[in-house]
Write a protein that binds this ligand. Structure first.
Ligand SMILES: [Zn+2]
Length: 490
């Protein structure tokens, strides 16, 4: 769509060079709220892998660089790099579409509406039809209703106040005064009103700032500001993620092998199978709102918790209906995006089975993770059995002994200092990993460092014969010939 523009009024504190609040109409509000439905992978892609969101850029790059032979299907790569959203059709009604977010489906080149065969549709490119052909014929969903003419999320023609840290309220004198008070501002002489006409580029900047800054409005709309890098080390807080969640059936556990430097309590890297890698990769498919929900609304990720809680408040005030509220604060994965080993217990949406034109046959949505073109859910992205190495900043690669040895060499540690430990990863650890992936550059250490695990009482599989001979089959004789590795765990 041609560059849509929105009127935005900013109240700026000139002395502090910061936005006190912005005033917008429902169009801008709907776009801001739609960020909650956006899968993380989309955000990383739109930010050109420069999002600075924890280790998500590196994780995204790992998928890009992964050879297809390690994935269940070629389409799995598209699913992770161009994840779909369960509310993407609603979002097409927004008055502004960001570049490179066009919703495209794919059908078999052999499809013909008269023969009613090959009547399948895929949300990911490079899926295979049951006839074996690559489904690469593009098709575009039809959107009912005129763009921007009806409330996509918020109802009616309201006006809204957005604080610098993305707390949203309907406009009123009292709310603006109480906001000013809550910011500790006594003197309003330095306030200045700025009227802007803003478009797609600033919306994209705001999206990028949403997950890293505590002052995104100032960072995006005021010039000569250094973007606040809110993710300071001391703010990391990877406590066991209880936070009011009902513990699910926690039988599902994954085993992850850690290589640890005993002297400085540091996790060097992890070795894990396809189930753990599926868990990490699936972070790219999660809608932003679902991450906040999973982390109990205290994700500490940029300002997104505030935006999420604002939806609850606007909904309580009758400004967003129940159905739309659910799409924002409990967004599902798109159809077929759930993995078999769904430790995070996130739901997926029902598939869309559109018809092809009026009177055409129904197209059945296939599961792009399946090699046989089945329509049932399930499966994983990564093809096993295979061992991967995962670095502290989530660089994921298939295991290779030579690469591992060179990697360990970089740490310049005596081999006698390196220990191997095995940890079980269940729902709690999965949530800790999720949080750390979004706010930290040292994910494995934040979740698994020996000190941390002692604090939270994490279970470690103790090897029966402590200080046994080398059991690091994966590193093999190369290490064996160089020294001794202790296997005892405290
Ligand atoms: Zn076909």
């Amino acid at each position: 769509m041609a560059d849509a523009k929105f009127g935005l009024t900013l109240m700026v504190d000139k002395d502090k060079n910061r936005v006190v609040f912005a005033e917008s109409d429902e169009d801008f509000m709907n776009i801001l709220l739609s960020f909650l439905t956006m899968p993380m992978g989309t955000l990383i892609r739109l930010a050109g892998k420069q999002s600075r969101v924890g280790c998500m850029d590196t994780l995204y790059e790992s998928v890009e660089n992964l050879d297809f032979q390690y994935l269940q299907t070629e389409a799995c790569k598209s699913m992770l790099l161009r994840p779909r959203g369960a509310s993407e059709i609603e979002c097409m009604k927004l008055p502004l579409q960001l570049k490179d977010t066009k919703v495209t489906d794919y059908i078999c080149p052999n499809f013909s509406s008269s023969t009613k065969t090959h009547n399948f549709i895929s949300t990911a490119s490079n899926a295979r039809c049951r006839c074996g052909k690559v489904m690469d014929t593009e098709t575009f969903p039809i959107v009912d209703g005129e763009k921007g003419k009806e409330g996509v999320f918020v109802k009616g023609n309201g006006r809204f106040m957005i604080s610098d840290d993305l707390r949203v309220t309907p406009v009123s004198t009292m709310t603006s005064l109480s906001l000013i008070k809550s910011l500790g501002i006594r003197d309003m002489t330095a306030f200045e009103e700025i009227n802007l006409n803003t478009g797609a580029d600033k919306v994209l900047d705001l999206l990028k700032c949403l997950l890293v800054s505590k002052m995104p409005m100032s960072d995006v709309f005021l010039s000569k500001r250094e973007t606040t890098d809110a993710v300071k080390v001391e703010q990391r807080d990877i406590a066991p993620s209880q936070m009011g969640r009902v513990a699910g059936s926690d039988n599902k556990k994954m085993r992850v092998k850690l290589l640890i430097s005993a002297s400085n309590d540091k996790v060097l890297y992890a070795e894990a199978g396809e189930d753990f890698i599926d868990l990490l990769f699936s972070f790219l498919t999660l809608p932003v709102g679902s991450v906040v929900k999973l982390l109990g609304k205290c994700s500490s990720i940029g300002c997104v918790d505030n935006l999420y809680k604002s939806v609850e408040d606007l909904s309580a005030n009758g400004l967003i209906n129940c159905n739309d509220t659910a799409k924002l604060i409990n967004p599902k994965l798109a159809a077929h995006f759930c993995c078999e080993n769904n430790l995070l217990q996130i739901e997926e949406a029902a598939p869309r089975n559109p018809t092809n034109g009026s009177g055409g046959p129904i197209l059945h949505a296939i599961n792009p993770k399946s090699r046989d073109g089945i329509t049932e859910s399930g499966g994983g992205f990564v093809k096993g059995p295979v061992i991967f190495t995962v670095t502290d900043d989530l660089d994921v690669k298939p295991f290779s002994p030579t690469r591992t040895i060179s990697f360990i060499k970089k740490f310049n540690l005596p081999l006698s200092d390196i220990e191997e430990q095995v940890v079980n990863v269940g729902e709690e650890e999965a949530l800790d990993l999720l949080k750390a992936s979004f706010i930290s550059k040292m994910v494995l250490n934040d979740v698994f460092s020996p000190r941390k695990r002692k604090e939270v009482g994490m279970v470690i599989d103790k090897d029966k014969d402590s200080c046994a001979k080398l059991k690091m089959e994966t590193i093999g004789s190369c290490v064996e010939s160089c020294g001794k590795i202790k296997l005892e765990t405290d």
